[in-house]
Design a protein around this ligand. Structure first.
Ligand code: PAF
Length: 269
């Protein structure tokens, strides 16, 4: 496994490898990331994983500084997974890199998390664009837990005619349904149980809503979740294709962002 920190060097090393599979991460790797790696391995391409906690996608320095980091453990995980290349850019180096593409932010960026995290998606698209320009992979693996991020990256790639295939990967959940997230590492045992209960409530309500969309009141669901003692940022039903409120008989997911103490979690079920 080659660990590369410099933009120019990684560009030079990867120049000859044109069948690359890429998994961008912010580190603090968990089973969700490992499931993306395992999926990528099936393609038999060389695999590049990037670890970069991107300051531009955090609203404030405090949140950026407190994001869980565990580089030593991450590198051990990647070594065990037999990854070919790990890219660990430095902030200055990656932002000095001159990009070719213009950031395209679709209006969907104003919905869901975008409504509450100003600048977040611009920061995400900017860094993913940089990483993809540098690594030039054939395929990129992205999780559906960050569904809004996935859609916005897709729209940016399509607007800029990127020749890249996005592999959409299912959310990896623990035995109790909780979506794996680096932020789960900040939760205590009690908060973990609450987060698992949120999943249980959402799952149960989704079945009910499917049958009763017309008479359904989102406030009922909100009340059940708030009674667990947490703060909801948003909760919304969206058709995954139209990205609008679903019509009767359309497929949809419930999208949620909430705070458990200081930890912000998102999910869609
Ligand atoms: O989903 C993430 O971990 C990050 O938003 C990403 C895609 C690595 C960009 O920093």
């Amino acid at each position: 496994m080659k660990v590369i920190k410099n933009t120019k060097i990684i560009k030079r090393i990867l120049k000859g490898s044109r069948s690359l599979s890429f998994i961008p991460t912010m580190g603090s790797l968990h089973n969700g990331h490992i499931s993306l790696i395992k999926k990528a391995k099936r393609d038999k391409n060389k695999i590049v994983v990037s670890i970069f906690v991107n300051p531009k996608q955090f609203e404030n320095n405090k949140d950026y500084k407190s994001y869980p980091r565990n580089l030593g453990k991450d590198l051990n995980i990647l070594k065990k997974q037999k990854i070919d290349f790990v890219f660990l850019p430095r902030v200055k180096d990656i932002y000095l890199y001159k990009t070719k593409n213009k950031i395209y932010l679709d209006k969907f960026s104003k919905n869901l998390c975008g409504k509450y995290r100003s600048g977040h998606f611009k920061g995400v698209i900017d860094i993913v664009n940089r990483l993809v320009e540098i690594v030039r992979p054939k395929k990129i693996y992205l999780g559906k837990k960050d569904y809004q991020q996935l859609i916005l990256i897709k729209k940016h790639f399509s607007k800029n005619n990127f020749k890249i295939k996005i592999i959409e990967c299912n959310t990896y959940r623990d035995a109790f349904g909780l979506a794996e997230s680096s932020r789960n590492k900040s939760l205590n045992e009690n908060q973990l149980n609450v987060a698992r209960n949120v999943y249980r409530i959402l799952k149960k309500n989704k079945l009910f809503i499917k049958r009763n969309l017309k008479n359904y009141r989102l406030n009922n669901l909100k009340k059940q979740i708030i009674s667990l003692g947490l703060k909801i940022e948003y909760i919304k039903l969206l058709n995954l294709k139209t990205l609008k409120y679903p019509k009767i008989n359309e497929n949809f997911n419930i999208f949620i962002a909430y705070y458990l103490g200081k930890t912000r979690l998102i999910d869609n079920i």
